[in-house]
Every structure is written in structure tokens, then in C-alpha cells.
Ligand binder design. Structure first.
Ligand SMILES: Nc1ncnc2c1ncn2[C@@H]1O[C@H](COP(=O)(O)OP(=O)(O)OP(=O)(O)O)[C@@H](O)[C@H]1O
Ligand SMILES: [Mg+2]
Length: 304
């Protein structure tokens, strides 16, 4: 089943969530929706472990395999994604919320047709906007829902309220860690918080290792503790090698997947994308798929 075909069965549920959030009948929000968008948030406990690198390159790999992909830069502290891609978005999602711009106007075109949305600061204000503003905003998201297969959200590190709101709102999360003990402990802390939501799919990516064996050693530490204490087991999505090309790519503001497509790290990213989007593993449908459902829940969690 293709990514675009999947999720149709989730529409009723997404509609219910939407009306829960907006307090309106979904008919008032009637917009032609041709498909639901898969939303995957990339996070970590510790900072600097490779979230933005993974988000940008995974998005490119998805786009190059035919999935219409949007990167949402939700790191409210630093403009990570634009720097990684050498872009300068003038507007962000807060301008949409404030009614100054439409979603279409804030989308920044990136390499290979991937699209970028800057989050901007001030997300806490989402909890205080009027019902009308919120309705406009969520209705506006239909434009994206009908044109994107996938949104990759690059969150900040750690357990700040805004980061957790993004994670709570996502039905799928990738937790990035390195072999450093502090990164592993912090990754576990995020997984622990997320494991309270039983419908959530949690994947682990181990970055900056020598080989798959080393990555699996790191993963099994997390997996053992999680299954013992949390009754949940995140899946091992894959690993990325330690490679100085990653740093060089960041300095040149060009994603490594495009700059060095034959490198080990680029191959590992494509492999990860295949597992995530095209393997049997990819076919298990998480609940709450859909961009509007995602933002609807985001608003609720920010307010909560
Ligand atoms: N596989 C890798 N091999 C070598 N260096 C890497 C690798 N992945 C990341 N790095 C290095 O780590 C730095 C941080 O990476 P990145 O910006 O992707 O992390 P982040 O988790 O998004 O950080 P932040 O928490 O600040 O947003 C990069 O500048 C790069 O130098
Ligand atoms: Mg980052």
C-alpha cells in the first residue's frame, strides 16, 4: 500500500480530533483533501547529536524517492535547517497564525523540490489565540495536507515544554543518540516520557558509530532498559557512521546526501529512508496521521 493510499482510513479519526480542537463541526472546515500527511518528529535528549543532519538528509532522501516532503524547523532556539541548507526564510508559521501570511507564502523552496517551513519563536502564544485565528490556521493547513506526503519536524533537544508538545503531537518520533553515555541516558529520558502514549511509534537512530554492530550495542542498552522499566520497545531504525564529510557538508551548507552521494553516510541515510518509508515496517499505520491532526494536537499540548 502506498503512503498516499494509507491514512485514508484515518480520516474519520483525524476529523474527530480536528473538531475537538477547533470546537467546530468539521464541515465548516471543508477543504478538498486528497491525502493525509505522515508527520515524523526528530528529537534527542542531548543536543548536538545529529538531529538536523538527519532531518535534512532524510527529507531529501524521501523527496528523491518520490515522496513530496516538507521540513518543519521547530527548533525554536536556533534556525537550524535554514543554516544547513543555506536558506534564509523571511517568514515563519507565526506569521500564518497572526494572519499576515498564508501557508503557501511562508514555504521556502529547498534543493530537489523539498520544501521548508520555519517555525519561528512564540509558539506558546498558540495557546492564547482566538478560536477564529485557530480555525483559519488549521483550515490553511489543508493546502499542505493535500500536497505533502511527509513532514519531517526538526525539534530542539531536551525536555522543554515546547519540544514535548511537538513530540506528544506526533504519532511517530525518531530519537537520535550517539554512543556517548550522556546522549544514551538523555535519549532514554525522552523515550520514557513518550512511552506513556501507547499509540506512538518510537524509532532510535544511532549516529556517529563505526559500524552496525556498535550501533546495535547502543540500541540494545536503550531497548533493554525500556522493555524492563517502560514495557515498551522502541524500534532500531538504523545508524549513521562517524564521517568528517558530515562536518564539511555543514560548513559548506550543502546536505551530505547531495554533496557526497556515494559516501558511506549518504548510503546509510538512503538505507534508513528505505526502512522508514518503503519496508513492511513502514506499513504499520500509526494513529492520528495527518497534518491538521498533528497541529491540532500540538495546540492542545501547548495549551496544556
Ligand atoms: N555522522 C557524523 N559524523 C561526524 N560528525 C557529525 C555526524 N553527525 C553530526 N556530526 C557533527 O555534529 C554536529 C551537530 O550536528 P547537528 O547540527 O545535526 O546536531 P543537532 O542534534 O541538530 O544539534 P542541536 O541540538 O544543536 O540542534 C555537526 O555540526 C557535525 O559536526
Ligand atoms: Mg539541530
Amino acid at each position: 500500500m502506498s503512503l498516499t493510499e494509507r491514512g485514508v482510513g484515518m480520516r474519520d479519526q483525524a476529523d474527530r480530533l480536528r473538531s475537538l480542537v477547533t470546537g467546530t463541526d468539521t464541515n465548516e472546515l471543508a477543504q478538498p483533501i486528497s491525502r493525509d500527511t505522515r508527520v515524523i518528529s526528530i528529537t534527542s535528549g542531548k543536543g548536538g547529536v545529529g538531529k538536523t543532519t538527519l532531518a535534512v538528509n532524510l527529507a531529501l532522501a524521501a523527496q528523491m524517492s518520490g515522496l513530496e516532503t516538507v521540513i518543519f524547523d521547530a527548533d525554536l532556539g536556533l534556525a537550524n535547517v535554514d543554516i544547513a541548507l543555506g536558506l534564509f526564510p523571511r517568514y515563519n508559521l507565526m506569521h500564518v497564525l497572526q494572519g499576515e501570511k498564508s501557508i503557501k507564502e511562508i514555504i521556502c523552496p529547498g534543493p530537489q523540490g523539498v520544501r521548508i517551513i520555519a517555525g519561528g519563536s512564540g509558539w506558546a502564544e498558540l495557546a492564547n489565540v482566538s478560536q477564529q485565528q485557530l480555525n483559519n490556521f488549521i483550515t490553511g493547513l489543508a493546502e499542505l495536507d493535500s500536497s505533502a506526503d511527509l513532514i519531517i519536524v526538526d525539534t530542539g533537544a531536551g525536555l522543554a515544554h515546547s519540544v514535548l508538545s511537538f513530540l506528544h503531537a506526533s504519532s511517530e518520533i525518531i530519537v537520535v543518540t550517539t554512543p556517548e553515555p550522556t546522549a544514551i541516558t538523555d535519549a532514554y529520558a525522552v523515550i520514557k516520557l513518550m512511552s506513556q502514549q501507547k499509540d506512538k511509534r518510537i524509532h532510535v537512530v544511532v549516529n556517529r558509530v563505526k559500524n552496525e554492530q556498535d550501533a546495535r550495542i547502543v540500541y540494545s542498552k536503550i531497548e533493554r532498559t525500556a522493555s524492563r522499566f517502560l514495557g515498551t520497545t522502541p524500534s532500531f531504525l538504523g545508524w549513521l557512521p562517524e564521517d568528517s564529510l558530515v562536518t564539511q557538508a555543514i560548513i559548506s551548507q550543502q546536505p551530505v546526501l547531495l554533496r557526497c552521494p556515494d559516501s558511506r553516510v549518504a548510503k546509510a541515510i538512503r538505507q534508513l529512508a528505505d526502512t522508514l518509508f518503503f519496508s513492511d515496517h513502514a506499513d504499520v499505520e500509526p494513529v492520528g496521521v495527518g497534518l491538521r491532526s498533528f497541529f491540532g494536537r500540538l495546540v492542545r499540548f501547548l495549551g496544556g
